[in-house]
Design a protein around this ligand. Structure first.
Ligand SMILES: [Zn+2]
Length: 282
């Protein structure tokens, strides 16, 4: 498999050959940055952890050079940060027993250019080698430009595949915006309470981010706990940890709506729900 950037890499934690590692992928996560996978796609990691017939592969599209930094990492150059963040992502791949971890090594600005074709081409090469059943990516209501651009690129790559080669499910997940606001009928609910120790390790291992000034470890566990408790006002908690997602599968079906129209539907249904309650109680 040929990827565009010289710095691109397919890391295989258990040392197997790249082709066979990618071929055993059943669950794939496509993220903008190092650590997004562990925050948004923990459900996929859990689904595959310790299961010989399933394999989780992570894809990180950017090189991670633009991250904020402090403390030990305060004086690191962009180049040094890229090295640190790649090493951290590999540590997560080992902890989570990923089949493979792919680094595409693009700048954020390259990913955000709609006319850029290399990112989509690399994703198509990977999809040909992986053939996953389930894909997790960023949700279209995320507030980080690079996240939304990454979601649009993987949607594009999937739309270009023959129908029979597309995955069964494509999910948009939470990083830079929770999905608590979705109407309950519109939520995909992932119960991720198993292996809480693993969940904490997977986010905590990104020391350059956590010790570097952002407590993603506590915030991510807190969001999952809040999702579980605030899902239903009547009735006891049925899980201690939930991740919410949006089903993006219709965007890779036949005659898909535009991404903008599709997310508009969710926003409009939310607006109607809010307005309807106020009207009912006024
Ligand atoms: Zn990110």
């Amino acid at each position: 498999m040929k990827l565009h950037n010289a710095g691109a890499e397919v890391y295989v934690p258990d040392g197997a050959a790249v082709d066979s590692a990618l071929a055993r992928t059943t669950h794939l996560a496509v993220s903008a940055h190092q650590d997004d996978i562990e925050i948004m796609a923990y459900h996929g990691i859990l689904e595959c952890f310790g299961k010989p017939d399933k394999g989780f592969t992570g894809v990180t599209v950017t090189n991670g050079s633009g991250s904020p930094r402090d403390g030990l990492y305060g004086k690191y150059t962009d180049e040094e940060m890229q090295v640190v963040r790649r090493k951290e992502q590999k540590k997560a791949a080992i902890i989570g027993e990923y089949a493979a971890q792919v680094f595409l090594d693009y700048s954020s600005s390259a990913v955000k250019q709609a006319a850029e074709t290399a990112v989509v081409a690399d994703l198509k090469s990977l999809l040909a080698a992986c053939r996953p059943q389930v894909i997790y990516t960023h949700n279209l209501a995320d507030k980080h430009d690079t996240h939304v651009a990454t979601a649009l690129r993987i949607i594009r790559a999937l739309q270009d595949l023959p129908r029979e080669r597309r995955p069964q499910r494509l999910y948009g997940c939470e990083v830079w915006r929770s999905l608590d606001w979705l109407n309950d009928d519109d939520k995909v609910i992932f119960n991720v309470e198993a292996h809480e120790n693993l969940a904490m390790s997977l986010v905590g291992v990104f020391d350059s981010q956590v010790a570097g000034g952002k407590r993603y470890d506590l915030a991510t566990m807190g969001r999952r706990r809040a999702n579980a408790t605030y899902l239903a006002s009547h009735g006891v908690d049925e899980s201690t940890s939930l991740i919410f997602g949006i089903d993006l599968t219709p965007l890779i079906g036949d005659q898909p709506p535009s991404a903008a129209d599709y997310i508009d539907g969710y926003i409009n249904r939310f607006a109607q729900e809010v307005a309807g309650r106020i009207a009912k109680l006024s």
